[in-house]
Structure formats: structure tokens, C-alpha cells
Design a protein around this ligand. Structure first.
Ligand SMILES: Cc1cc2nc3c(=O)[nH]c(=O)nc-3n(C[C@H](O)[C@H](O)[C@H](O)COP(=O)(O)O)c2cc1C
Length: 165
């Protein structure tokens, strides 16, 4: 079972999460700046991650390279998402970028796996919440860094269960 993690990161937090995920599942992690069509398509499970910037936008390398994602053949493929954000400073746009990625991959016909509960977070609004759940793994390394390891481990076992053997 091969896992590819494609991430964007300004400050390194999301890159660090991608590395953590990679080590735990013996996968590959690729910066969206360097990603090719093969990186999106040649794996059993694709994981995409972005921090949120502005007041609810994708990280700039994702914005600059969004055509790579839009050109990927993801119809019928299982995709999992993670987002990094700060619920205290940005309670009205917490991990919005994960919701933006969700809409992009759903548009491509992908099946998103790995929704998570919103309990344990304190925010007002998020584009990444659909029907009461996060569409992926929401991480706040700014104000809840102590919960990261536990959240990553639980989520990874959840999404790997969906991936083909
Ligand atoms: C200018 C600025 C704007 C931000 N806007 C948001 C936001 O709207 N929503 C959110 O959840 N986090 C926001 N954040 C927090 C970042 O997403 C968070 O610090 C993240 O871990 C950064 O990841 P990186 O180090 O991989 O770039 C913002 C941070 C900065 C500096």
C-alpha cells in the first residue's frame, strides 16, 4: 500500500506534519511546488495538506499550483485531507483551506475519507466543517500542539483502514 502526502507550508508546521505522517506509514511526502501528475495519481492513498492563510485562503504554493491538482485524474480515488490552523486567532476561518481542498477534490470525483469530530476544538466557523464534521484532520499547532501526536495517530489508522491492501 503506497501513500503519497502532498503539502504546502510557509512556516514549516505543515511540512512537519507531512513528515510525521510519512514516517508513520512509510509513505512519501512531496511539496506542492515540486509535485508532478504522477505524485497525485500513482499511489493507493493520496493525502493533501495545507495551512490556512489570509482570512481563510489556501497557502500560496497551493494557490500558485492549483492547476496541478485540477489536472489530476482523481475520479473514484480515495483522498484524505489535513489542515493546520489557529482557532484562537482565526476562529471564523479555522482550517478553511482544508474545506477549499475538499471542494476541489470532490469536483474531480474523488472520494474523501477520514472525516473527524469537532469536539475538543473551540472555534466559530470553518469551511472545513460539513454536516457537523471536519472533512479531514484539523490540527492547531499554534494553540493545541500537545494534541497533535494523538490526533495524527488516530486519524492515520482511520484513513489507512480505507486504503486498499
Ligand atoms: C497571516 C496569517 C494568517 C492566518 N490565517 C489563518 C486563518 O484564516 N485560519 C486559520 O485556521 N489559521 C490561520 N493562520 C495560522 C496558520 O495556518 C498556522 O500557523 C499554520 O500552522 C501555519 O502552517 P505553516 O507553518 O506550514 O505555514 C494564519 C497565520 C498567519 C501568519
Amino acid at each position: 500500500m503506497s501513500v503519497t502526502i502532498i503539502f504546502g507550508s510557509d512556516g514549516g508546521a505543515t511540512k512537519g506534519v507531512a513528515a510525521k505522517l510519512r514516517k508513520k506509514c512509510q509513505g512519501r511526502s512531496v511539496d506542492i511546488k515540486d509535485a508532478t501528475a504522477d505524485d497525485f495519481e500513482n499511489c493507493h492513498l493520496l493525502i493533501l495538506g495545507s495551512p490556512t492563510y489570509g482570512d481563510g485562503t489556501l497557502q500560496t504554493d497551493w494557490e500558485d499550483n492549483i492547476a496541478k491538482l485540477r489536472g489530476a485524474k482523481l475520479a473514484g480515488r480515495k483522498v484524505a485531507l489535513f489542515g493546520t490552523g489557529d482557532q484562537v486567532t482565526y476562529p471564523f476561518s479555522f482550517v478553511d483551506a482544508m474545506g477549499i481542498l475538499y471542494d476541489e477534490v470532490v469536483e474531480l470525483g474523488a472520494e474523501v475519507v477520514g472525516f473527524t469530530e469537532t469536539e475538543g476544538y473551540d472555534f466559530v466557523e470553518s469551511l472545513a466543517v460539513r454536516e457537523g464534521k471536519f472533512v479531514g484532520l484539523a490540527l492547531d499547532l499554534d494553540t493545541q500542539s500537545g494534541l497533535t501526536e494523538k490526533r495524527v495517530t488516530a486519524w492515520l489508522s482511520q484513513v489507512l483502514a480505507f486504503a486498499p491492501a
